[in-house]
Design a protein around this ligand. Sequence first.
Ligand code: GLC
Length: 505
Amino acid sequence: MKPIFHKYFICIALTVFFYKCNSDMQESCRPSDVYKPPRGSIPVDSKEYLKCNKMRPVVPAKIKEKLRSFFLNDRTLLEIQRRLLIDINKGLAKNTHDTAVVKCYVTYVQDLPTGNEEGKFLALDLSGAGLRILLVEFTKENVEIRSKLFSIPKHIMLGSGEHLFDHVADCVYKFMKEENLLAETLPLGFTFGFPVIQKSLTSGILRRWTKGFNCSDVEGHDVVQLLQNAINRRGIEGHVKVLALINDTIGTLLSSAFQNPDTRIGVIVSTGTNACYLEKQRRAELFDGINMGSGNVLINSEWGAFGDDGSLDFIRTSFDKELDDYTVNPGKQLHEKMISGMYLGELVRLVLEKFTKEGLLFKGVGSDLLFTRDRFPSKYVSDIEADRFGTYTNCIEILEELGLKQATEQDYINVRYICECISKRAAYLVASGISALLNRISESKVTVGIDGKVYKYHPHFHNLLVEKISHLVKPGIQFELKLAEDSNGMGAALIAAVAEQYNII
Ligand code: GLC
């Protein structure tokens, strides 16, 4: 061979070799599979980071293949984004609102906080399985928050509405007593994390329960009235004045805006998921309030119900369908059921159960706990993915708790991979939703206030969101995701402060 051909030959061979290595890497190690340290942990140095990625443990092809339906590529995510934007328009328009699945409820909040709010407020946050009561004091210098979390036992979540609100009023009484507040009359902001049709800032009709609640005689009723009745029954009506009702996403947006004036979107990824955003009043056809100057209004999208008309069927897996069948609201909140903390763990458990029965995990031997519904909380998913690369401390502990002592190292690797596939899909769906709103708002720089257990405690959720939103957002839009701590309560107190200031009620 002439030397010149030699050179060509070596060149081509090297190109083919590098191409092959690269595509193998892509197959076994897509960018977001890459190990990223949980927020708050000690950063790994770059050599270890590179080593980690090269040595990514191998997941058997059979398992990967079976999980393929959880992968959403950018093209699919853009299609989901397009469908969500269509549904948002339907929710906002007068003639399609009634049949729309993404309701886009108009709220009566037009202005964002200025940061100059002052006073002492009570806030009540009923958004998930816990009830949080807060005392929030805004002064010129700072904000002081004292709060207590009360549980809502399952029998109350599924009992009568009267019982639920009596429990709430009782907790308010206990909190006020413990904080020595029974000699005062305090304005109260009520955060209610369920789909409500607002009639004014102080009244809202529950459209339907979500997130495992199913109390009788609340759907179709005004929840502020039900709360007020219970407060009266408890005999504390002289001490509390309900000034405002908001959805929990509105609370998140308001509390983020208190610190970041360019906040336009509020997102929750917790027991449930939802987003709200700042819309022009003229585009919200059902807005019937008086323009107080800004020309804007906050919209509670209720994106958890996206897909309830079948528009997400093209990505739903057999596991999603199985999960849905056993919920208290089958066929409803289908987007939420692929994303939120109430369901992520159960989705993982369903996959583990199936793979075990097929002999792909744990030598084909499961346990009673593994085969019992709801015995794999989403916290396990976060903990398993928080294990440092190549170590399985949390994973081993969790599998032992589930009675799976026979698990091998290959099982740990597989279990972690299953968790990653399911939580990554959840993060990508949220990214697709946030980028849809960013594109709709189309301002050059937007802060997204975000809160919720899944976002806060899943070690990679934030990174996955940022990475994917930047793929899906229109060029030229800059965004920042900011954790809005204690946002539900803070937001309720803020809106009560605004309502009191302007004497809105
Ligand atoms: C559910 C509720 C919604 C709430 C969300 C987050 O989707 O329907 O109102 O905002 O959970 O808590």
